[in-house]
Design a binder for this molecule. Structure first.
Ligand code: FNR
Length: 358
């Protein structure tokens, strides 16, 4: 049952990212609030490529690159193979990687082999386990232990659960659950959304619960309201498909609210990655787009895509004169259009995120 759901998620997510599919944002084709974040061009700002490093750090962690493969899957035979191939691509490119939710393993230990390839194929890499906020302390430790995870992601997905026919309907105990999990595991806990964004208020709450970093996972890419609607007999929650904060809006709202931020959700290309870093993120995650490349073209195609992204991100940083991902936050950035209106409504500065307060 869970295995089927995981296979359906993969199928429905990739239709959103294929060139023929609907616009991933659910908005007009091609529109993204990332396009409302513009670097001010300074023609003499450039530096030398040899001086640019992609290394990044947050919450006491050091990553070789500011790009990671974000949580997706596991639990069925097919998704186990996907996890294996994603991990090979991560190993070949040096990217950190997260497994999908390990709930299937926690319910049925016989599915362990659909998650363990992530560690087996990426033995020296940075690997993150993924659970939901209802997991017990013991389950959290089992998830981390199975793949010798370097960090634990907890996903928050009230919108997805609401639209999911068989979804959870009680969320009130999540903050206490997160606090218990944080106390139970000996790796840093990163809390993420699944595509609806984290507000500044949520990030402040997470900081108070002992969480070490927040991945905003905003609107604009994979749309789980649409995926779960696609699994209903009648798509009667269609009006929720526009719900949530876009990734740039989340970054602006949550910056300086007590936690280092990671950015994911609708990152389409290296310029979006640079924009997210300029808005204060320490690293940028991608899921549905990378999955689609993998399923369309195999591991080699995904390795080529990631290598291209790292190469072009370095090129953009060279052009902008940013010697490190963190230095992108010192670039002059213009926030325009609906994102500017959002900042005005929320009383947020539209200037670049200067440094990190967390
Ligand atoms: C996801 N995502 C996800 N997130 C999570 O925390 N646990 C999970 O099990 C899953 N499962 C999952 C399956 C599939 C097929 C996709 C594409 C995505 C959400 C993911 O980590 C990310 O937050 C969003 O997909 C937004 O990023 P993209 O896809 O727009 O790059």
């Amino acid at each position: 049952m869970t295995g089927n759901r995981k296979d359906e998620h993969v199928r429905l997510a990739t239709t959103q990212h294929s060139p023929q599919g609907p616009a991933p944002s659910g908005a007009s084709p091609g529109h993204s609030q990332f396009d409302e974040v513009r670097f001010l061009h300074h023609a003499l700002a450039g530096t030398d490529r040899a001086k640019v490093s992609l290394r990044t750090g947050f919450a006491g962690l050091e990553w070789p690159v500011p790009l990671y493969i974000n949580a997706m899957t596991g639990g069925s035979e097919k998704t186990g193979e996907i996890n294996r191939d994603l991990a090979i691509a991560a190993r070949e490119t040096g990217l950190p990687i997260a497994t999908g939710s390990m709930s299937p393993y926690l319910k049925d230990p016989s599915t362990a082999g659909t998650f363990t390839p992530v560690r087996r194929e990426h033995p020296d890499g940075f690997v993150m386990a993924n659970i939901n906020a209802t997991a017990t302390a013991e389950e959290a430790r089992r998830a981390v232990g199975l793949i010798e995870a370097d960090a634990l992601q907890i996903h928050l997905n009230t919108v997805q659960e609401t639209v999911m026919p068989e979804g959870d309907r009680s969320f009130g105990h999540w903050p206490a659950g997160i606090e218990r999990i944080v106390a139970a595991v000996d790796v840093p806990v990163i809390v993420k959304e699944v595509g609806f964004g984290l507000s500044g208020r949520t990030v402040e709450h997470l900081a108070a619960l002992g969480v070490r970093a927040a991945d905003v996972a905003g609107r604009g890419g994979t749309n789980f309201a649409r995926i779960e609607n696609g699994r209903r007999e009648r798509a009667d929650y269609a009006y929720l498909e526009e719900w949530g904060l876009s990734t740039p809006a989340s970054l602006l709202d949550a910056h300086g609210r007590g936690l280092p931020l990671l950015a994911s959700g609708g990152v389409r290309h290296p310029l979006d990655a640079a924009r997210a870093l300029a808005l204060g993120a320490h690293a940028v995650g991608a899921s549905g787009g990378f999955l689609t490349v993998l399923l369309d073209g195999g591991v080699d195609a995904l390795v080529r895509r990631i290598t291209l992204w790292l190469d072009q991100l370095t090129a953009l940083m060279t052009m902008l004169g940013a010697h490190s991902p963190a230095a992108l936050a010192d670039c002059d950035v213009l926030v325009t259009g609906s994102l500017r209106a959002f900042c005005q409504d929320r009383g947020l500065s539209t200037g670049a995120a200067k440094g990190d307060t967390a």
